[in-house]
Design a protein around this ligand. Structure first.
Ligand code: NAD
Length: 291
């Protein structure tokens, strides 16, 4: 058996098509969705991520403004930039690319963003809404992308055993809340670096989400036959046969495709969905201004 591929690239483009229409409707009403992306420092991966986000904005008709700051930017300067963007009525979404430079306090920066412009969905007010069972606000993009993949594939999780490996603020924890919410109704287990016998937890999981950041740590024979496997991990490994000398792999060994019922590829699974959910949050933030 070979798993059905859950193609996030194709689904992401489909989501973006619906956004193009919503953006057009907003523009007729005089609202021009506008995302501000703050990039502090010279992290190579962040440069690529920001470029991809700006390209997605172009595809959706969203205006984007990029603010580049040096590696040695002070916390005060970053906070001032956020305050200025909060006060700028033409900006609907603010994203400060993670990681911010050493010596800056990323949590304080997140907390400084106006929650109605927090298109990353990491502000305590937005994460707190999730705990209260309210999932109609600005959701963290990667967990929202995972939920969209599951919804689109019409995978019924009522009563299913869902295992989320990873408990981060940006992926594992909010995703666990979304999976447990009323209407989705999965029975959720959260595993992490201190969990005993992850192997057996995996074998019992109807849905397995790996958000760990360890290349191919989840082996094929840990997967329950027919299970849905969502691989959030993005890991660069050495590969002498590839032109660049390296390639991207997930947290799940790709041979799990032979056992799973559904599986996301890496790359091309959760990654593109994260970006289209960012676009979706930006449009939503602009729409919220009308109400
Ligand atoms: P993180 O480092 O904040 O969290 C990793 C989690 O994995 C922790 O909760 C930790 O307890 C757990 N963990 C570590 N080692 C483990 C082990 N051996 N067994 C079980 N659990 C273990 O990372 P993050 O920000 O949540 O990201 C996780 C992965 O997802 C990374 O590879 C990251 O690049 C990727 N990611 C992808 C996207 C995307 O759009 N596809 C978005 C965000 C993060």
């Amino acid at each position: 058996m070979s798993a059905t591929l859950l193609d996030g690239k194709v689904l992401g483009l489909r989501v973006e098509e619906t956004l193009v229409e919503r953006v057009a409707a907003l523009k007729i009403k005089g609202v021009h969705p506008h995302l501000a992306v703050v990039l502090a420092g010279d992290d190579a991966a962040s440069q690529v991520y920001v470029r991809n986000k700006q390209r997605a904005c172009e595809r959706c008709g969203i205006q984007s403004t990029r603010i580049d700051l040096p590696q040695d930017v002070s916390q005060e300067k970053l906070m001032q930039v956020v305050a200025d963007l909060n006060g700028d009525d033409s900006i609907h979404g603010i994203l400060v690319q993670s990681p911010t430079p050493d010596g800056t306090d990323e949590i304080a920066i997140t907390e400084a963003i106006n929650p109605t412009k927090d298109v990353d969905g990491f502000h305590p007010a937005n994460l707190g809404r999730l705990v209260m069972g309210q999932s109609d606000g600005l959701l963290p993009c990667t967990p929202a992308g995972v939920m969209k993949i599951i919804e689109d594939a019409q995978i019924d999780l009522k009563g299913a055993n869902a295992l989320v490996i990873g408990r981060s603020r940006i992926v594992g924890m909010p995703l666990a809340l979304l999976l447990a919410q009323k209407g989705i109704d999965a029975t959720v287990t959260i595993a992490h670096s201190r969990t005993n016998d992850i192997e057996n937890l995996c074998r019992n999981a109807d849905l397995l989400v790996a958000a760990i950041g360890r290349p191919e740590i989840i082996e094929a024979d840990w997967i329950k036959p027919g299970a849905t496997v969502i691989d959030v991990g993005i890991n660069r490994i050495e590969d002498k046969s590839s032109k660049s000398g390296s390639r991207l792999v997930g947290d799940v060994d790709s041979s799990a495709m032979e056992v799973a019922g559904y599986m996301t590829p890496v790359p091309g699974g959760v990654g593109p969905m994260t970006i289209s959910m960012l676009m979706s949050n930006t449009v939503r933030a602009a729409e919220m201004k009308l109400h």
